[in-house]
Every structure is written in structure tokens, then in C-alpha cells.
Design a binder for this molecule. Sequence first.
Ligand code: MN
Length: 744
Amino acid sequence: METVTVQKYNLDEEQEKKEIVRHYRALLRALKPRLKKGDRELVRTAFEMAAEAHRDMRRKSGEPYILHPLAVAQITVEEIGLGVRSAICALLHDTVEDTEVTLEDVEREFGSEIAHIVDGLTKISTVIDSNTSTMQAENFKKILLTLADDPRVILIKLADRLHNMRTLDSMRRESQLKISSETVFIYAPLAHRLGLYTIKSELEDLAMKYTEQDKYREIARRLKETKRERTRYINEFIKPIKEVLQEEGLTFEIFGRPKSIHSIWNKIKTKGVQFEEVYDLFAIRIILDSAADKEKADCWKVYSIITDFYHPSPERTRDWLSNPKSNGYEALHVTVMGPNGKWVEVQIRSKRMNDYAEKGVAAHWRYKEGNSTVQESKFEQWFSQIREILNSPDSNTLDFLADFKSNLFTEEIYVYTPKGDLKILPVGSTALDFAYSIHSAVGNKCIGAKVNYKLVPLSHKLRSGDQVEIITSNKQKPSEDWLNIVLTAKAKSKIKDALKEEKRKVAMDGKEILERKLEHIKASPSQHNINELVQFYKQPSPLDLYYQIAVKNIDLKELKSFHVLGDKLEPPKPVKAPEPAVEEALHKQPSKKDAELIIFGESSDKIAYKLANCCRPIPGDDVFGFITASEGLKIHRTNCPNAAQLLAHYGHRVVKTKWVKNREISFLTGLRIVGLDDVGVIHKITNIISGELRINIAGLTIESKEGLFEGLIKVFVHDKDELEELVDRLKGLDGIQSISRLED
Ligand code: MN
């Protein structure tokens, strides 16, 4: 997508009206093939209701507000593939929350089905979008419940988010960061899981545009520069295949697609490679127009033709024809050796499958009549999994969210029970995950498994095609370290339940011990007294107190120093030292001289802060301030690995920050250098750093292995410019392969 330059909004009333009507007509055109009798009037009523309700409202850009619901409806229909009813809901999605229109009004006009969805949209929006201090993970749980209820709610919400992301330019910087982070944290994984791959990568690209501006622009620019070269290669690759496919009488489309900016950046980051090594990554896509009963055979035919020309890599062939992913994705992927010794991924699918891949869960409704019972049951499975996790009494929502999110993104393996029933698990799942996927009672008693008739431990990682038989014992009990063995959210939450139950049992012994001791000093085991002790021993809850007593971490020796008044306990001395309030952190006087480096918000107040250890920002980095509960203000880079989570969950604690020029103070940062192990290379590196650039080195470790060396260098620099100059100079040395900044 292209960057849109923000223009000052300057339409007069007449032009504005025309603009609104133009968008409304475009929506009708998109809906046309699906309009049944009476639908046109309904859409019109919804449009008029929304237009009237939002009449006096404007977007941050200055545009009339109604253009937003119109755009959301358009996305819902054209890009997600939903129909008339969803378009109506999209038109109304902000009315109940922001205007005089009530849910009763909607129900009266459009009936209960639409009112139900609009209600869901309103609820989601009040829980997620509002800038309140409520724990947002809790809200995420609610969203998923709605999802399990009617997936259209979440699909329209995705359309809403997509439009907001596309028009984020006019928002304030803090809002841009918060919204972008939330998008990466919650919405992109959801889009991925729902099979909306195109929307997922657009959301990620848009978010990156705000969270990592420089990198985004750089990669976009370089992609543009290298476009011709890429196109030439793709054409060369396609040419021979195309000819044979035509000779075979197949109807098809074939084209190349570059990777998204975000996915290129991900590769650069995770693999520690340079742009040059990944920019030409792209996938060739072949979409076949085949009859329903021929599509699978045709895909394999294409596979055979391609591999006649190019050699396939057997480990990188993915058959999602026979075993579709749980979100419904079907295709055949093969990676082959193309011209000039380059690996090229080819994705082969039918038109119907392609529709699934692009419209995801939404396409599901349209093909419902067809022979897609397999698909349907897969979705059902997925929704029921979600419901199951949600209904488990585990109270720690943040953990839940993290587990769930990691489950959203991972690829899957297919494993079988001894009877041949298929189980789909995320890649990396263990025998223990498998046991819990059967039943929590099986998981809790699991002592090992037989994988393909061979005995393996609980922690054994499963692979696609494995047949797994779980071995149980009645003596077995889940333990804390099981949490490190399992990967699935379901197994984790079941193990936590079991541990909690176990803890409760142990705690009962502790409770008895405590009650006896209280009796001894003539104090009652009243709520008040228990609470005094919980506070005194700094335990999170009475249960924890009992438990610590039972396992003898607390011996109650101090009980003697308590006073007993009546039957009430009085602690020996005040135990609660008041914690510094969050707001106080903002008014603290700067304590060190480096406190002068940052200005917050619009004012030029200088405030005490700490630089976060996780990303070690230096002046010039894009940063934000985050108010912590106990350590005051911390400065993180906007591309810090923890940033997305912080911004998404605690947006209200974020403070805008920027750097002030100051050449007196140096900051510690690190670089990782990989290159060919050559005589004198270390000398050359240190010579550039301390000799030519006069930068202080704080530490240097070099390891070499099989002709390569990896160096970790810690240096003191003044700002990002200086660091970049250093990196450029080091890159200029012979044999240096990559240089990246250390995160920790
Ligand atoms: Mn909206």
C-alpha cells in the first residue's frame, strides 16, 4: 500500500454531499450481486439512520464521520466477502455507542439478528477501544466469547480496525502507537487465525509504518528500487511452466507476489540477515479454475509439471489439500530450486481454495451449500476449543492471552490416536500436549507415551504423522515444571487448574496448623485476624499463607510478638509501607544528570526516568515513556520486543517522549557482528571503534566456529547517528556478513 499524504480537508457542503453519495453508491454496486427483494431499501434505511445520527460528527481528518461506517461496510463486503446483513451492521456499528440511536431503534427497524450483532460491536468497542485502565486482556476474553457467539461481529470489527489503520495518519502520535500495537497484538493474530491472510499482512504493514517508521520506509524504498529486477526473474521462472499448463488444457492464473514489508523485516530481525538476502523472496501463486471433483487431482498435476522443470526440496512440501489447516486453509505448497540457484515457493490452489485463503472464515458461509462439511467441522472444532479455554476457571487472564496468542500464530502438525483419529496440534507440541488434547483426566495422569510404538518421555516433541498412545498411571500428579513441557493453551490451563487444586489440598493442612496456633494465643481465626497475618507475611491471599505454612516456608515464630486485644490480633509494628503512587513518578525531581535528555509531551519539564533494560534505547531512537508501578518512568524503544504488549495493555500509562541533543553523556549499547574469521579482523574492528571513531568499548567477546566468527561488542555512544556511523564503517570491512543491534 502506498503512503497517503495528509491533505488539509477543505470541501464545501455541496462537495461533501456528493462525496458521501459517491461512497454510498459504491457500496451498493459492491452489494449488487447479492441484493434480494427488499434488501436495497434496508441498506438505504441503515445508511440514512447512520448518516442522520452522525450528522454533526467529524473524523480527526476533518471529514464527515459517516464516511467511516461507509468505508467499513465496503471493506466488509469487498475484502472480507460478507453480505447485505453484515453491511447493514457495519453501517450502524458506531451508532449505538456514539449517538442517540438505541439498540431498540435498531431492533425495531432491522430485527433481532442485526440488533444482536450491532450490540456485540458496541460491547467490543467499549471494552477495547476506550482508553480506560481496565485490564485489556480481560476484554480480549470477552471478544473471543463474542466470536464464538457470532463470528460476524469479529469480522466487522476487523474491517473497522483496518479502516482506522488505513486512516491513522491524522491521529496523535501516542494514539498511533497504542492503536498500532493493539493491532499487532490482537487483531493481526485474529485475522491470521480466521484465515484472512491478506488483511493480516496489511494490518501488520500498517502497524509497522507507525511503530518502526524508519525501517518501514527503508524497506518500502528498496522494494521499489528492486522491482524491475524481481519482475524479470519471476517472468523467467514462470515462462516454461505456463506453456505446459496451457498445453495440458488447464485454466489458470499464475503470478508472483513479493513478501510484505513486515514479513521481510521479520526475517531480517529473526535470522539476522541483510535486506539483500531476503528482498527477492516471493511466492509464485497458481490458481486453477477446476471443477469441484477435479481440483485436488489438478493441483497435483501442476505439482508434477513444476517439478519437471525445477527440483523440489522434499522437506518444504506442504500438503494442505489432504489435511487442511484448522482455519480452513487448503493448498499445495512446494519450494523448488529456480534459476540462479534461488529457492522459490510455489503455492498451488483452486479458485475456491483461494477464496478461502483470502476471505477466510467468511467464505465459509458462501460455500456452506457445497461439499464443505470438512471445513465446517474444522471451524466448529476451533470455536469449541476457544469456548473450552474461555470457560476454564483459570483467573489469570494475561497468561491466558499470551498462551492463546502463541496458539493463534503457530503452524500445525497432524497426529493420530491409536484408533486413527486425527488431532491437530501446534508445531512444537509434546506428548503431554497430546494427552491433554484427549482429556484433562488423561493429561493429569500421563507418565509417558508410545510414539509409533516406541516409548518416549512426556516432553517428547511430536511430528506430523506420528501415532501416539498415551500411558497413564493413577499415582501420577501434575507438577509445576509441566508448564514448561507443554505448548498448547488448553494443556497449560488444565495443568494450572490441577496445581491450584493440589495447592488447595496442601493449604488445608496449613490452615489447621494456623488455627491451632491462634487458639494457643487465644485469638480467633476470624477474617480480620487472617487478613492481618496475610498482610504481615506479605502473601497475596489467605490460601497462599496457608500453603506457605504447610510447606514450612512460614513458621509463625513472629506470632508471639503480636498483641491480642479481645480476640483480635494487632501486628507488632506497621507493616505496610505505602508504595509510591504512579502519578508521583511524574513529579519526582531528576536525580541524575542524564535526566535532562528527554522532554515529555509538549512541556519541557525534566523528569527522572530509567532506560529499559530490555531494549536499551539511545538518543535518536524512536521511544516512548512507560509509567511502571514500582520503578517510575521507563523509556523503551517503540520497536522493543515488549513494546507491543505494554502499549496494547496499558495504553493509558504511556507518556510521549523525545530526545534532547546532548553530547556529554554516553549510552551503553551492543552490536552483534558476524563475518569470516580472518587474521587481524578483531584488530581492524577495534581500530575503527576506538582508534578512528574514538568510541569507548565496554566489552568485547568473539567466538569463532568453522571459519566464521561472531562478535558481541558493547560500546558507549552518544546517539543513534553515532551508532549508525559506526555500523556503516564496520560494514565497510572485508568479510563482514551482518551487523545487528543487540536487544539485551
Ligand atoms: Mn468504527
